[in-house]
Design a protein. Structure first.
Length: 243
């Protein structure tokens, strides 16, 4: 006859396993939305718009190049997700360069004018999970600006808040969003908030009709920067720039 202690231990293990499996499902859903669904949605919108235009062969080739580039991005993102699920954590640098590249591509694809401000004291190196989560928050916020705001300009600010905190802000000049908390949140917004919580931070969204929307997130540096590494230290290792 099994002892009550042994039975309780097995039940605890089953419960812990269920919690882990639920977290993995949420991780996969969040990553597929941010890394794959967003890109595929953008491709569909671009192709649909292209079908309504008067174009020549050169324009067709240019559009095919864009589709090919986006397809490569989706494949890269899927490989990166598989890499993450295997738990192969590394330390990544080059975060600001990755965001600059994102901003440049965003301007070319949307016609919205972005501005990136990196204030002195912003960390030069992050743990790989922090690197990717910060990047995805910015990417999702920019996607929301493109799809929902009607904005002409968007500003991204990366700044130290104190000796122990850093913050990022994405502010647009669009029509504003419905921030009624009684309404269900979109998966992208939920994903941004989950990513912030995973890094010990807090993310808020403020919006006013006709004024624009601001996504603001604050994080403790201790959750972002590798232990034993000064936040301002630069290292010369290859960057893993998200697609």
């Amino acid at each position: 006859m099994a002892s009550p202690l042994g039975f309780g231990h097995r039940r605890s293990r089953v419960r812990d396993q269920a919690v882990i499996e639920e977290e993995v499902r949420r991780l996969v859903a969040r990553e597929l939305h941010d890394r794959v669904a967003q890109t595929l949605t953008g491709m569909l919108v671009d192709v649909e718009n292209f079908k309504t235009e008067e174009v020549g062969w050169v324009d067709v080739v240019r559009q095919l190049d864009k589709v090919q580039s986006s397809t490569r991005q989706v494949l890269y993102s899927l490989r990166q997700l598989l890499h993450d699920l295997r738990g192969e954590g590394t330390v990544s640098d080059g975060f600001v360069d990755a965001v600059r590249s994102l901003v440049s591509r965003y301007s070319e694809r949307t016609g919205i004018t972005p501005e990136l401000n990196v204030l002195p004291g912003w960390p030069q190196i992050f743990t790989r999970p922090a690197y990717l989560n910060l990047y995805r928050i910015i990417e999702e916020a920019l996607a929301n600006v493109r799809m929902h705001s009607g904005a002409r300009h968007v500003r991204i600010i990366l700044e130290p808040r104190s000796s122990s905190e850093v913050a990022l802000m994405i502010r647009d000049d669009g029509r504003g969003l419905d921030t009624d908390e009684s309404r269900p949140l979109g998966l992208g917004t939920v994903g941004m908030r989950e990513r912030a919580v995973l890094m010990g931070g807090q993310l808020t969204i403020e919006s006013e009709p006709g004024v624009g929307t601001t996504v603001h997130a604050v994080f403790p540096q201790s959750q972002l920067v590798p232990k034993g590494v000064s936040p301002s230290t630069e290292i010369l290792t290859p960057s893993e720039v998200p697609a």
